[in-house]
Design a protein around this ligand. Structure first.
Ligand code: ADP
Ligand code: 5GP
Length: 221
């Protein structure tokens, strides 16, 4: 393959890796682990109209926008998907995702079922890998939200009330993991990502490789 062709057609086509779960089941924890495991993976920093939690940084955890700015971005077709969750708007900016996958890098999304559905139905749908994280029990989900220590009692009650709504969409995902033991769940997640990267669709360079094999075959025949 010429250098020029190499530049325009990377050997790997990037995956859009979507993690969803009810709040508190462990998707942020698992996302951080995945990003530490593979530094080539980029995180899709969402835009949101919710207030930052203590310790959250603008541009790293979220792009914190006013409602007007958020709506402006949506009107400019700047969001790959967007949804209203727990009384606030959330969305995934399109530009960084397109750049990353064009360069053959995978992008990780921590988004709800509405966003996952919109991405699956978009032109990038065939390059998605969607994983749903279930808690081992509702009592444990509540315990985790409380022990995280980041939300008020009122916010926790609201999130618990919405958790069934999120869980009820578990069957729209490619893979479902019950996050009981964190090490086990993370190991399963690594297996899923590793295997999906080997899908034929994610390896456009295979066409040239097989062509070269064929040529070699003909030369020795
Ligand atoms: P989410 O992003 O889904 O809202 P988090 O990743 O913030 O959830 O996890 C909620 C809390 O549960 C955190 O305090 C986290 O450390 C803890 N946690 C995550 N996974 C497990 C697990 N398998 N066992 C016990 N605690 C966990
Ligand atoms: P939190 O406020 O706890 O950070 O997130 C609340 C919910 O919004 C979580 O279920 C999270 O996955 C979801 N969420 C975060 N960013 C996005 C986004 O860009 N799009 C959609 N659809 N949901 C998001």
């Amino acid at each position: 393959m010429s250098n020029e062709a190499n530049m325009t057609q990377p050997n790997r086509r990037g995956l859009l890796i979507i993690l969803s779960s009810p709040s508190g089941a462990g998707k942020s924890t698992l996302s951080k682990r995945l990003l530490d495991w593979d530094p080539t993976l980029s995180f899709s920093v969402s835009a949101t109209t919710r207030q930052p939690r203590p310790g959250e940084q603008d541009g790293t955890d979220y792009h914190f926008l006013t409602e007007d700015d958020f709506k402006h971005e949506v009107a400019q077709q700047g969001m790959l998907e967007h949804a209203h969750v727990f009384g606030n708007f959330y969305g995934s900016p399109k530009g960084p995702v397109q750049n990353a996958i064009d360069a053959g890098h995978d992008v990780l999304f921590d988004i709800d079922w509405q966003g996952a559905q919109q991405i699956r139905n978009s032109s990038l749908g065939q390059h998605t890998l969607s994983i749903f994280i279930l808690p081992p029990s509702i009592a444990e989900l509540h315990r985790r939200l409380v022990s995280r220590g980041q939300d008020s009692e009122e916010v926790i009650t609201k999130r618990m009330q919405k958790s069934w709504d999120e869980i009820s969409h578990w069957d729209g995902y490619d893979f479902v993991l019950v996050n009981d033991d964190l090490e086990r769940t993370f190991a399963d997640l690594q297996t899923i990502v590793t295997a999906t990267r080997l899908r034929r669709l994610q390896q456009p360079g295979l066409v040239d490789h097989v062509r070269n094999l064929q040529q070699e075959f003909e030369e020795i025949a």
